[in-house]
Ligand binder design. Structure first.
Ligand SMILES: [Zn+2]
Ligand SMILES: [Zn+2]
Length: 158
């Protein structure tokens, strides 16, 4: 891994630098918003990588850790949900009817005003319907977006 592909990002999601050889790489706090600058995944310690190293003027930051699949503090919920929907769309073991049903459950789980029980039961159906491969990376996403109560009911670690 070349040091140039490592990025430093603040907790809000501002790109601080795209290069580990840049002095700004070791900045402690973001000049824009004052939040802590991180260079590695808070969960597993894998370095943050530039998602588009081939684009010279890119300001993109990674949304998911390449080491553990978890979303980062700045990753937007729609990006997290999009990743799950995309995986369902591209999974050859699901037929069209199953895909529609799973996506419907995920859409319903995003509606406002659901209690922990309703959320947990929708995600439980998703868990039963998707291949293990998809569920494996859905878990860290749910850990980031669900309430403690919904996670408990779903049997997820907090
Ligand atoms: Zn910032
Ligand atoms: Zn990680």
């Amino acid at each position: 891994m070349s040091p140039a592909s490592r990025v430093a990002v603040c907790r809000t999601g501002h790109l601080v630098t795209r290069s580990a050889s840049d002095a700004r790489y070791n900045t402690s706090f973001c000049l824009n918003c004052g939040t802590e600058v991180i260079r590695a995944c808070p969960a597993c310690g894998a370095p943050l990588l530039d998602p588009t190293p081939h684009l010279a003027l890119s300001r993109n930051v990674p949304n998911f850790c390449h080491g553990c699949g978890r979303p980062f503090p700045w990753t937007r919920e729609d990006a997290m949900i999009g990743k799950i929907l995309e995986a369902i769309d591209n999974d050859p073991s699901l037929d069209d009817g199953q895909r529609l049903e799973l996506k419907e459950q995920i859409r319903n789980s995003r509606e406002e005003g659901l209690d922990a029980n309703q959320q947990a039961s929708l995600w439980k159906k998703v868990k039963e319907g998707v291949p293990q491969r998809i569920w494996d990376f859905t878990v860290p996403i749910l850990q980031a977006i669900l309430t403690a109560e919904a996670k408990k009911r779903l049997g997820l670690p907090p």
